[in-house]
Design a binder for this molecule. Sequence first.
Ligand code: GH3
Ligand code: MG
Ligand code: MG
Ligand code: MG
Length: 294
Amino acid sequence: MEKILIVDDSILQAAQLKKILDDEYEVTTAHTAEEGLRLASADNYSLILLDVVMPGMDGFTLLKKLQEEIITQNVPVILITSLSDIENEQYGLILGAVDYITKPFHPLIIKARVNTHVKLYNYRRQIELQSRTDQLTGIANRRQHDSYSISKWNEAVRLQTPFTICMFDIDRFKVYNDTFGHPAGDKVIAAVAKTAASSLKRSTDFLARYGGEEFVGILLGDSSEKAFAHLKKIRQDVEDLHIAHDPSVSQWVTVSIGGVTVIPQKGSSYASYLKIADTMLYDAKKSGRNRVIW
Ligand code: GH3
Ligand code: MG
Ligand code: MG
Ligand code: MG
């Protein structure tokens, strides 16, 4: 069941609203804005029904705070209040509330509006997820790579922590496609992505499909030696899938990996180090493939 949070200082009103929505949603109630903020930040709500006039922090202030936090900023908020003048309604909508309902309310109208906004929010989340996911492999796509890499690079410049970039590419893959066909090739790309993803699964790891059969991995905080060991394991794991591929150096599908670990300095760019990883990858190809070069 999807979760809805009701924030209203009136215990009676909150209970009434809860009763209206209880059969379709998992409803939580809070009776102060402070408690509402705490609950909203700690869980994934599909919608927040927010009273405006409350002792202590009011609903407008809570709405502003919700929009400042990454995990709550997109959650739809419906203001539900006895303030029925145009100025307050306009203010609430400008602040970013998706809807404004005045008390006394009608249960069927509450239900209909809540359902509409939950549905819209779910569409939005689905589209956002699709826009950053690669369809074939289910891992991050190039678009997500671009935004993730820049924000983490800037963070590492600030914190002065090690940053590893690696690029890998399937060996002699054109021949694989020519031999077994494109659909079989697609399955190999998906299998390689799955294998790499199972090695890069810490919250500080990131893996994206960068191009056709090219991947970029980002490892945060690891020393050069640790990152190198990690990538050697990925190379081994791919070979151990034992996907037959005769023209390969071994008899299996393999990958070549190029990587670099750096403590990013102010003024240095992610793009320039990605290029270094690409050069290392090129060296790995030139020196025989199925290897990791640092
Ligand atoms: P190398 O060892 O030097 O990497 O040789 P390679 O043949 O793998 O050369 P390269 O990396 O340049 O070739 C990439 C090939 O991957 C070209 C294309 O046929 C294939 N490819 C790219 N994207 C896809 C895809 O989405 N599906 C499939 N099946 N093949 C793809
Ligand atoms: Mg109130
Ligand atoms: Mg390639
Ligand atoms: Mg290749």
